[in-house]
Design a protein around this ligand. Structure first.
Ligand code: 4NP
Length: 170
């Protein structure tokens, strides 16, 4: 069997959006019987919360949908991650910029075809969708986390179907 496809979801703190994206994508892949075809992780472009559990809002909304994300701990995205992962999915344009700034000379060429925005997949399963941000729910109420979850459910489902097609994962 081929090596699993490696996907990393990226936000700023790796406590709200990207841990939830990791949990949602893993749950969808498992439901499709494809858990072993993917290696899924998440990271933040900042180190503000390294070592911390996901935000209580993300834990709660995940749990409401039958997903446990309490095994996750915040980690900071590294240059090595940018080489290692097949797909790098940024939660917003600001973090996409932060990622590009990590590259020598800010040369995006090595990331061509690998760096995407989460919402590029929200309504299309080919990544051609709108360049919009997953709103940052940090410090806000639970409704913000619910809204993020809705966006992630749609976006991850389309990302999964694209990845299956594009990478022949069945
Ligand atoms: P996240 O949310 O990027 O979705 O994890 C945030 C978490 C922490 C901060 C900002 C956004 N912060 O400034 O500490």
């Amino acid at each position: 069997m081929e090596a699993p496809l490696r996907i990393i979801f990226v936000c700023l703190g790796n406590i709200c959006r990207s841990p939830l994206a990791e949990g949602v994508f893993k749950a969808q892949a498992a439901k499709a019987g494809l858990a072993d075809r993917f290696e899924v992780a998440s990271a933040g472009t900042s180190g503000y919360h390294v070592g911390e559990l996901p935000d209580p809002g993300s834990i709660q909304v995940a749990r409401k949908h039958g997903i446990d994300i309490t095994d996750q701990r915040s980690q900071r995205l590294t240059r090595g991650d940018l080489e290692r992962y097949d797909l790098i999915i940024a939660m917003d344009r600001s973090n996409r910029r932060n990622i590009i700034r990590m590259l020598p000379g800010e040369d995006v060429e090595p990331l061509r075809g690998r760096l995407w925005l989460m919402r590029n997949f929200e309504f299309t399963d080919d990544g051609s969708g709108h360049d919009e941000d997953v709103p940052d729910p940090w410090g806000g109420g639970l409704r913000g986390f619910d809204r993020v979850h809705e966006i992630l459910e749609r976006s991850c489902a389309n990302l999964l179907s694209w990845a299956r097609r594009e990478h022949d994962l069945g």
